[in-house]
Write a protein that binds this ligand. Structure first.
Ligand SMILES: [Zn+2]
Length: 303
């Protein structure tokens, strides 16, 4: 949200507070908040980062009455899976389940440490790195996704997702909406949005500062990101790499895919493609996933 549009919002808030007879201190706090948060609701100053013994990192985003916990897998695993706990007043909703059993177990242990029941786990797409941990660590938790994701998870890794999502749900007083996109990074992908908080889980459409598993359908993927990301959202949840509080991170991910598309159009072979992408994005995590794109999808060895 632009600063200029925050000013009338802050004035309206102040007028409301004075009618309610708030103290001066509370009024001053609300002015500070309006200048330091991306959007009313997300208090960036309250963001906490925790290091797990496993080497994983958890970043907790505070919306006042809702917390989004971003669990990033131990970087030594090399695939940088990001999963999430949405904590509301009385329960937890999890997003995605990891590939490595030890990562799934540590993510489960973290969720359990919050001391609230897990209402369900939502799955963004059916690739093994997002569903394989279901069986080992979440078989007592109701799992949900779209019909196409449920089929792909079963076919790819034998992972069972029990329930089919509708277009929306209210869980513990929080509104969720679910939009299905097909033929992009995965054959089907569920975009999870918390419209009242400006939170959007983009799954593996959004690799944040992380090499992606690419396929020749670059253009559809780039336009989907352009349509789904908007400047008035406050938190963009990635499938690999950390969540982002600025739309510019999503724009950068689109630029990465544009570079991939243009390199794919001109590179002589997989080796040149890999070298060009590594040189263009030297600081990105997960070169293993770039190599997977080259070997398995973009330049498969001839049978
Ligand atoms: Zn993934």
């Amino acid at each position: 949200m632009a600063r200029s549009s925050l000013i009338p919002t802050a004035l309206t808030l102040l007028a409301g507070l004075s009618l309610l007879g708030c103290t001066k201190a509370e009024t001053e706090d609300s002015v500070v908040d309006s200048e330091t948060t991306v959007q009313p609701g997300l208090n960036l100053d309250a963001t906490q980062t925790l290091e797990r013994d496993s080497g994983a990192t958890v970043v907790v985003y505070d919306f006042g009455d809702l917390w989004v916990h971003n669990y990033n897998d131990n970087p030594a695993n090399g695939i940088g899976n990001a999963t999430y706990v949405v904590e509301s007043e009385s329960s937890l909703v999890l997003i995605d389940a990891h590939f490595f059993p030890e990562s799934a177990a540590d993510f489960r242990a973290y969720a359990d440490s919050l001391g609230k029941p897990i209402d369900r786990i939502l799955i963004t797409h059916g690739h093994p790195d997002h569903v394989s941990g279901l069986a080992s660590s979440f078989d007592d938790v109701p799992s949900y996704s779209s019909a196409g994701v449920i089929s792909e998870a079963l076919a790819d890794s034998g992972s069972v997702i029990e329930n089919t999502l509708g277009a929306s749900a209210e869980i513990d007083g929080v509104n969720y909406s679910f939009e299905v996109r097909t033929g992009l990074e995965a054959s089907e992908q569920v975009i999870i949005t918390l419209p009242d908080y400006g939170v959007v889980a983009l799954g593996d459409l959004f690799y944040n500062k992380h090499h992606a598993v690419m396929n020749p359908g670059f253009d559809g993927w780039i336009s989907a990101l352009g349509e789904l990301g908007s400047a008035d959202q406050s938190l963009f949840l990635a499938g690999h790499g950390p969540a982002a509080t600025e739309l510019s991170a999503v724009t950068e991910a689109m630029g990465y895919l544009e570079t991939g598309r243009d390199t794919y159009a001109t590179a002589a072979d997989g080796e040149e493609f890999t070298a060009t992408m590594l040189a263009a994005y030297p600081d990105y995590a997960g070169p293993f996933l770039l190599q997977l794109s080259v070997d398995e999808i973009l330049y498969p060895a001839e049978e």
